[in-house]
Design a protein around this ligand. Structure first.
Ligand SMILES: CC(=O)N[C@H]1[C@@H](OP(=O)(O)OP(=O)(O)OC[C@H]2O[C@@H](n3ccc(=O)[nH]c3=O)[C@H](O)[C@@H]2O)O[C@H](CO)[C@@H](O)[C@@H]1O[C@H](C)C(=O)N[C@@H](C)C(=O)N[C@H](CCC(=O)O)C(=O)O
Ligand SMILES: Nc1ncnc2c1ncn2[C@@H]1O[C@H](COP(=O)(O)OP(=O)(O)OP(=O)(O)O)[C@@H](O)[C@H]1O
Ligand SMILES: N[C@H](CCC[C@H](N)C(=O)O)C(=O)O
Ligand SMILES: [Mg+2]
Length: 500
């Protein structure tokens, strides 16, 4: 069987997938597909309402490829009525085919790790998912994290999406479970939640980090974005689940209310007195921080080899998820000093011979840029220099806000390209520069990094923001190899005459 779980021999009846065909037709399907181009004979094709086009438009092609059944909504059935009329394929029409597909995929693959937790929020999801997995691993539990950086831990696989569509997601969960993985921590992106990609996952606990601007190209407005994230607590997590909420973030208290209204137990995380996991104090130095916190009133202290105060918040949410899903608090807290930062998140990428540091970070939203720069301040004596840009084919309104965040929080800035995709790179840079006119414009990212590194004096630090772990620069439809960490090393070697 391929890793996508589709085999020549496996079959399931529609009833076994929780689906009822029109006219009571009985059908046995040989697999599931969400893209007509991937349909094999006998497959169930899910024709979903998309953001660009209705999947109903592709039913005719799926039928030509031999689809044995079609799952869609009334609109999809209407679009393809002529093709469906002359076809032997069973037709399942439901109000919400995305949710139906999510449950069908869960039933098709049939296995998930015993304990799965999910985390949502604008920033910090990958970090929290990784920290949760690292806590479990340190406790000797076979665990994975699933998200932007793929599947990592006791079982590994690359992924194209932060929250994969249900067929890929359940294929991964089932394969990981078969490989002995008992615990998984996954990211729930707002797209994933809005599209119900994870509705079939049985969650023990779910976390919320924060909500600030991003993705307003996809969500109608900020409230719509909040509603998508709130779906994790209001819809996906079942009543016996535990919600872990970062209360100090803008919409934290509101999210806690959503969770409480859904009848969930809530672990509150934050600085205020009423929190279960309370941050009491942070002390920063050049390699990390000491975190003083309390759990239900008992004080603990942990050394974290992580840069940036926001990482302590992420660590507390991760600890809450581990505890909320059944791990022993004492064992969880004992694991914290072993936590390593996620690749490309406040990663020390290189050090100049004059001692100045170069950090690579994935900040690609206004809030993440402000947070990352503010977080670096207490670790740095000199000036903060920032190299950054905004992505093409993404929320255009965040560009000036990103410029503003850097103008306010860095001492020197270079505006460069970050995946212009199909847009004109100069126009993206201009939108950013409008809010930080003192920044230097250097389109070529490698050159911008070289200029940033060259500007470093003793005690200064450079933040190269936006690409983090990414391995490419997408221009048009072409992905050129590009790695900020590597470019930082190359620049330091070129300027200091040695390799770091
Ligand atoms: C905006 C968005 O999320 N789009 C996702 C969505 O596509 P869609 O339903 O809107 O697709 P559409 O193009 O309108 O097509 C409608 C339907 O027709 C089907 N189709 C299309 C063409 C064809 O020939 N045959 C066919 O069957 C498509 O599979 C789809 O089901 O469902 C598709 C199938 O699951 C996804 O591949 C697609 O991800 C696109 C590629 C994408 O870029 N998504 C990004 C924005 C995303 O999801 N990002 C989040 C992270 C964001 C973050 O937090 O930073 C993520 O979780 O990765
Ligand atoms: N708790 C936090 N609060 C504010 N900013 C944060 C927080 N955690 C991380 N960040 C910033 O956000 C960036 C991305 O972090 P991370 O990859 O963990 O988030 P994410 O939510 O998974 O992002 P994505 O939506 O792209 O998958 C980091 O590089 C850092 O700059
Ligand atoms: N998941 C995010 C990643 C953005 C990373 C940044 N490098 C960019 O290309 O904008 C998105 O697709 O919006
Ligand atoms: Mg992520």
């Amino acid at each position: 069987m391929g890793w996508d779980g589709m085999s020549e021999t496996k079959t399931r009846s529609l009833a076994a997938l929780g689906l009822t065909a029109q006219g009571g037709a009985e059908a046995v399907v040989t697999g599931l597909a969400v893209d007509s181009r991937k349909v094999k004979p006998g497959h169930l094709f899910a024709a979903l309402p998309g953001s660009r086009v209705h999947g109903g438009e592709f039913i005719q092609y799926a039928l030509r490829m031999g689809a044995g059944a079609v799952l869609t909504d009334a609109e999809g059935a209407r679009i393809a009525a002529d093709h469906l009329a002359g076809s032997p394929a069973a037709l399942v029409v439901v109000e919400d085919p995305r949710a139906a597909l999510a449950y069908a995929a869960a039933l098709w693959f049939g296995a998930q790790p015993e304990v799965v937790v999910a985390v949502t929020g604008t920033n910090g999801k990958t970090s929290v998912a990784s920290f949760t997995r690292q806590i479990w691993s340190a406790m000797g539990i076979p665990a994975v994290n699933i998200g932007t950086t793929g599947v990592e831990g006791a079982w590994e696989a690359p992924l194209g999406h932060t929250t994969p569509e249900p067929i890929t997601l359940h294929g991964v969960l089932a394969e990981a479970a078969a490989a002995g993985v008992t615990h998984a921590a996954m990211e729930a992106s707002s797209h994933g939640l809005a599209q119900k990609r994870l509705d079939g996952v049985r969650l023990a606990a779910a976390g919320f980090t924060n909500l600030t601007q991003d993705h307003l190209d996809y969500h109608a407005d900020f409230d719509d974005y909040f509603a998508a994230k709130a779906g994790l607590f209001a819809r996906v997590l079942s009543e016996d689940g535990v919600a872990v909420i970062q209360m100090d973030s803008l919409r934290g208290p509101e999210m806690a209310e959503v969770a409480e209204n859904a009848g969930l137990e809530v672990i509150r995380v934050g600085r205020g007195e009423n929190n279960h996991l309370r941050i009491l104090g942070l002390r920063f130095d050049s390699t990390g921080q000491d975190l003083r916190f309390s759990w239900n009133g008992t004080v603990h202290q942990a050394r974290l080899e992580l840069i940036g105060g926001f990482q302590s918040e992420n660590v507390m949410v991760a600890a809450g998820l581990a505890i909320g899903s059944g791990s022993d608090p004492a064992e969880v807290f004992a694991a914290l000093p072993q936590l390593k930062g996620v690749r490309g998140r406040m990663q020390l990428a290189a050090t100049r011979s004059n001692g100045a540091s170069v950090f690579v970070d994935y900040a690609h939203t206004p809030d993440a840029l402000a947070t990352a720069l503010k977080a670096l301040r207490p670790h740095v004596m000199g000036r903060l220099i920032c190299v950054f840009g905004a992505g093409g084919d993404r929320d255009t309104t965040k560009r000036p806000l990103m410029g503003e965040a850097v103008a306010e929080n860095a001492d020197v800035a270079f505006v460069t390209d970050d995946n212009p995709r199909t847009e004109d790179p100069a126009a993206i840079r201009a939108a950013v520069l409008a809010a930080c006119p003192e920044a230097v414009e250097v389109g070529d990212r490698a050159e911008a990094i070289l200029r940033g590194v060259d500007a470093l004096q003793p005690g200064d630090a450079l933040l190269i923001a936006g690409k983090g772990h990414e391995q490419g620069q997408t221009v048009g439809d072409v992905v050129y190899p590009f790695d900020d960490v590597e470019q930082a090393s190359v620049a330091v070697a070129a300027l200091d005459g040695h390799l770091t």
